[in-house]
Write a new protein. Structure first.
Length: 623
């Protein structure tokens, strides 16, 4: 009897059958069950009644149903439970055959009819809904469900049980198109996998009148896209005479969008590591978002073209093979963008910017397992890097191939792993103006200060400023910066403490010989000019103005026929205090003269060398 669906218990509302005019049991009476609004005593009007056993079994029983002396319906003398599958009329007669009750419709509704109503397209409108909150207003399930579309709303029942291995691209495409057209949120199902064999286009979201300007959201809700072929998963698009096309590679801003939010899914692959970019997005502006997406099988997780005022957040692009692909590629203009919690491991280049950048914030970004962390191939204005994790970089963490201006890195961890080839920053002869490396940047296992910045000394602009934390000096020599490791384009600021002496380590060279000055000062990159060649007497011209309060740092190597003489020390109040193997000593090896006022010249003692001088190397600068 499995086809029986017992809907209605045959019983008086009080569960006890009594007389109509007195509260006495209708003992030895009879119960008749029939169709609604009919006389159930007539056999043609009667419907089937079932006896429900304790084990849930249902057995057809005949009418009338007997009432015992206590007023309960019985079967074979035992109180029993009787049920029907539909609403019914009921007539109750006493032992004398007199009618005590007639109820034309016991339930006032038809359960089977209500089941049919619930299964109709608008059945959800008949089910109430309210949030579990004291302030929530009642609604119905239809209204609640109408606020979003799911991918599964458009997937046939024959596919829903095996979406992981069946291509669902077309169904998801329809869901997104219908959702955008209706202004609805489009969602996946949490934890569910959807097979993908073709690219899904995301329609343009734009209204020049601002009448319909609203956010459009695609929320995977933790779903997984299983790539069945090596294709791009999502690509930005636009409608051309009603046909949805890709806008990637079209004229910039000819089909731009606003307020799109794509998030909440991961990507796996059935066909091995992917070479096609997982996402290609162009011309998304005005607080559009790409976030909460992870993939461990794509060489390029994202190609972004001309997206500005866009948030890139919590994007994880891992890869099982080392040094493969550029994980994030940014083409065109990228202005006013925020990039938070981005991970790009095992890439050739983690983040590659082919176009100009303005006002870019990169926070909590990982540069790990890459040849190059981030590469800028064009002009950069106002770059802010904060909280970066930099480790296992074989070449350089930050590379500038164009002009960089007013940019900085803060609160970051840089592990050089004692690799002499790694650099924090590398830039070409293009201008570098006011790039600041804050003292909050922690250097781990750095071979030497030459690993911080690599560039050319003849690059003009204000260059770089490296600000280091206060440090204890082992000798007074630590107040001097070894400029064989750091060039004139870099300003070094650090406070050092030696005994009771506190000093600032700086590396400003003499007037006229620093990055950005070609029209004044010596053209030499060492801060001096050797003017009496082919002589046994040393004479060097500088552009340092004579001053009793200024210190002049000298670190030179004089090569002559027969040997080499090195002199290093400080001129203080016109006297040389030379750095020797036994400490700092006043010597007469070098002296200042005023033959070229207002500048000073440095001449060597007659016995400084014993042969003709062939070359002079080193540097002279003001402290």
């Amino acid at each position: 009897m499995s086809e029986i669906i017992p809907n209605v218990v045959v019983s008086m509302p009080s569960q006890l059958f009594t007389m109509a005019r007195s509260f006495k049991a209708c003992s030895n009476g009879r119960i008749y069950i029939g169709k609604i609004d009919t006389d159930p005593t007539i056999s043609d009007n009667q419907i089937q009644v079932y006896l429900e056993r304790e084990n849930g079994a249902h057995i057809p029983t005949s009418q009338p149903i007997i009432i015992n002396a206590a007023g309960y319906p019985v079967y074979a003398g035992q109180i029993a439970k009787f049920v029907t599958v539909e609403g019914h009329s009921m007539a109750v007669y006493d032992s004398y055959g007199a009618q005590q009750h007639y109820i034309p419709n016991v339930l006032k509704y038809d359960p089977d009819q209500f089941q049919i109503q619930l299964s109709e397209p608008d059945g959800s409108s008949k089910v109430g809904f309210i949030q579990d909150s004291a302030d929530a207003m009642p609604s119905n399930l239809e209204y609640k469900a109408s606020q979003l579309f799911t991918f599964d709303d458009f997937i046939p029942d024959s596919v829903k049980g095996n979406t992981e291995t069946i291509d669902c691209s077309a169904y998801i495409q329809i869901a997104i198109e219908r959702g955008f057209a209706a202004g609805r949120k489009v969602c996946g199902v949490s934890g569910k996998k959807y097979g993908i064999s073709s690219t899904i286009l995301i329609p343009q979201n734009f209204d020049s009148t601002f009448v319909k300007a609203q956010r459009q959201e695609i929320d995977g809700q933790g779903c997984v896209f299983n790539m069945l072929t090596d294709v791009t998963l999502f690509e930005s698009g636009y409608y051309d005479n009603g046909v949805l096309k890709s806008n990637y590679g079209t004229i910039l801003d000819s089909h731009y969008s606003k307020y799109i939010d794509l998030h909440g899914f991961s990507i796996v692959s059935k066909v091995g590591n992917l070479t096609a970019p997982t996402m290609r997005i162009q011309d998304w502006h005005h607080d559009s978002k790409i976030r909460d997406i992870s993939c461990n099988c794509s060489a390029t997780l994202l190609k972004s073209n001309n997206n500005y005022f866009t948030l890139f957040d919590s994007l994880t692009g891992e890869y099982p093979v080392e040094k493969v692909g550029d994980r994030f590629v940014f083409e065109g203009f990228h202005n006013l963008n925020k990039m938070n919690r981005l991970i790009a491991t095992n890439a050739v280049t983690g983040y590659r910017f082919d176009g100009p950048v303005t006002a870019l914030q990169m926070s909590q970004v990982s540069f790990e397992g890459q040849s190059v962390g981030v590469q800028f191939k064009a002009t950069v204005y106002d770059l802010y890097i904060d909280g970066a994790y930099i480790e296992n970089i074989s070449n350089a963490a930050i590379v500038f191939a164009g002009y960089v201006h007013s940019s900085a890195i803060y609160n970051s961890y840089v592990n050089f792993q004692n690799d002499t080839n790694m650099r924090l920053v590398v830039y070409t002869p293009s201008p570098a103006n006011q790039f600041y490396i804050d003292r909050s940047v922690r250097f781990q296992d750095m071979p030497s200060i030459s690993n911080i910045v690599s560039g050319l000394d003849n690059t003009y602009g204000a260059g770089f400023t490296v600000d280091r934390p206060t440090d204890l000096a082992s000798s007074i020599n630590d107040f001097l910066l070894d400029n064989t490791h750091i060039g004139i384009h870099i300003g070094w600021r650090q406070e050092k403490i030696f005994g009771q002496i506190v000093g600032n380590v700086i590396n400003h060279r003499i007037t006229g010989n620093y990055a950005g000055q070609y029209s004044d000062g010596l053209q030499s990159s060492n801060g001096f000019e050797w003017i009496n060649t082919s002589s046994t007497t040393l004479l060097l011209r500088t552009r340092a103005v004579r001053s009793l309060t200024e210190m002049l740092y000298v670190n030179i190597s004089v090569e002559y026929v027969g040997g080499t003489k090195a002199v290093s020390g400080l001129f203080v109040a016109g006297k040389l205090y030379e750095f020797t193997s036994t400490g700092v000593k006043f010597t007469l090896n070098l002296a200042l003269n005023s033959d070229n006022p207002p500048y000073v010249q440095i001449e060597g003692a007659n016995n400084l060398v014993t042969g003709i001088i062939t070359d002079v190397k080193g540097e002279i600068r003001i402290l």
